[in-house]
Design a protein. Structure first.
Length: 150
């Protein structure tokens, strides 16, 4: 049996006291896992990307993720949902899938960058769905809030 799943990332720009700076964050490519095979012995992976662009800003910024809509407040339990069914997944900062992208709490990390005047940067978002999860057919989604602080 095949399962169709996907992850939709929604973005939120949250300026701090230096709101005069012109910065934005956007989705370069969403993390989309495609077809998931529950009986397969290997994990399902995907790479998405974020873009950050600033003008009239010199300084550092930090990009953080929340836990998503269905994770019960825990980064260790990120879930995509389809009706009453869930699939576990995780988002990482690295291609080795070892560093969880979050808000800096609970063993997660944020990603930092810097800008001088006008700049643009792209960041990969590595996603993974563990193998052998029972699931009903459907489209599984979650929404992640991305915050840029500077």
């Amino acid at each position: 049996m095949k399962r169709i799943i996907g992850l939709v990332m929604f973005m939120l720009f949250a300026p701090t006291a230096e709101s005069w700076a012109q910065c934005s964050v956007g989705v370069g490519a969403p993390v989309s896992f495609g077809t998931y095979l529950p009986l397969a012995a290997i994990r399902q992976t995907s790479v998405g990307s974020l873009t950050v662009g600033c003008s009239s800003f010199t300084g550092s910024y930090t990009i953080s993720f929340d836990v998503g809509l269905y994770s019960g407040g825990s980064f260790s339990n990120r879930r995509m949902s389809s009706g009453s069914d869930d699939l576990l997944y995780q988002l990482y900062t690295d291609a080795a899938y070892t560093t969880v992208w979050g808000d800096g709490s609970g063993g997660t990390v944020t990603v930092s960058g810097s800008c001088v005047g006008t700049c643009s940067a792209s960041y990969n978002v590595y996603g993974q769905v563990p193998a052998r999860q029972p699931a009903s057919p459907g489209t599984y989604t979650d929404a992640i809030t991305v915050t840029i602080s500077f």
